[in-house]
Write a protein that binds this ligand. Structure first.
Ligand SMILES: C[S@@+](CC[C@H](N)C(=O)[O-])C[C@H]1O[C@@H](n2cnc3c(N)ncnc32)[C@H](O)[C@@H]1O
Length: 258
């Protein structure tokens, strides 16, 4: 953690609709906020094809998070706290095609702790990320700033109960929407497709990465019925966690008929 903080210059201003802080000051502030979630582990994540290395802080005590989730009436498990092959594969793809996102207004849904967000910011996207877990948004901001010197805009939202105000002024506003491994519960299929359809520009893109889950297949079928189409690429890793050996991520690059 220290190495990256030391690399941040003491004079770079970070403007975030609050006081102007240096990158180092803002990193310190976000790190303190993130540590309130619980102990953190700092890990290196390698992008398989581009070979880029990201420094990622992630919660080190998932038991504690699971205990907290047990009290959640919606039973939302803390999947945001892990690093998933789909997020890495999507980051890798963005890193190989940076021009597709450069200076584009981009939305990432279910951003977790920010692996994909880092690649989008490195590609110079104007990035907004959305997730229901406020803790994930803090870590996403921290990991993004630490690796890119920039933070995304953040929206805390559960797309099963969309707060119309949260996306005010952004209907049909995003030429690119990203999502990595967000389809594992049937209850998400319909609201997610409706939200993407509402927020994407006419003829816009959805880059969806997923590891072959049946719920994702259901989403894709419904999306195709609504006019989304495009190729699927396979990404076999390797992934940092040996428990993910054998996972093949499908990257669907869908475009909605304009
Ligand atoms: C499996 S994790 C993937 C995280 C990240 N995209 C990655 O690949 O590392 C799923 C993410 O989607 C978020 N998510 C799942 N269902 C959601 C919902 N209904 N509304 C908002 N966020 C949701 C979770 O909080 C989590 O961050």
């Amino acid at each position: 953690m220290r190495r990256a903080e030391e690399r941040a210059t003491a004079t770079t201003p970070v403007s975030m609709q609050r006081d102007v802080l240096t990158v180092a000051e803002r990193l310190g502030q976000l790190r303190r906020e993130a540590e309130r979630i619980g102990p953190l582990a700092d890990v290196l994540v390698a992008l398989p094809r581009r070979g880029r290395l990201y420094e990622i802080a992630q919660p080190d005590d998932t038991e504690r998070l699971l205990d907290r989730a047990a009290a959640d009436p919606e039973q939302n498990l803390p999947y945001w706290a892990e690093i998933w092959p789909s997020g890495i594969a999507l980051a890798d793809e963005i890193s190989c095609h940076r021009g597709d996102l450069r200076r584009q207004r981009v939305l990432e849904l279910g951003s977790g702790i920010g692996v994909t967000a880092i690649a989008a910011l490195k590609a110079e996207a104007e990035l907004t990320v959305a997730d229901y877990a406020s803790e994930s948004l803090i870590l996403c901001r921290y990991n993004a700033l630490r690796n890119t010197g920039r933070e995304p805009a953040t929206i805390q939202i559960n797309w099963r109960q969309p707060d119309q105000a949260a996306f005010a002024g952004t209907v049909g506003a995003f030429p690119v929407i990203l999502a990595a491994d967000v389809l594992y519960e049937t209850r998400d299929v319909e609201p997610l497709l409706a939200l993407v359809g509402r927020l994407v520009t006419a003829g816009g893109l959805l880059w969806l990465a997923e590891p072959g889950r049946p719920v994702a297949a259901r989403f894709l079928e419904a999306a195709r019925e609504e006019g989304w189409e495009g190729p699927t690429e396979m990404h076999p890793g390797p992934w940092p966690d040996p428990k993910d050996d054998g996972v093949v991520v499908r990257l669907h690059k869908l475009r909605r008929a304009g």
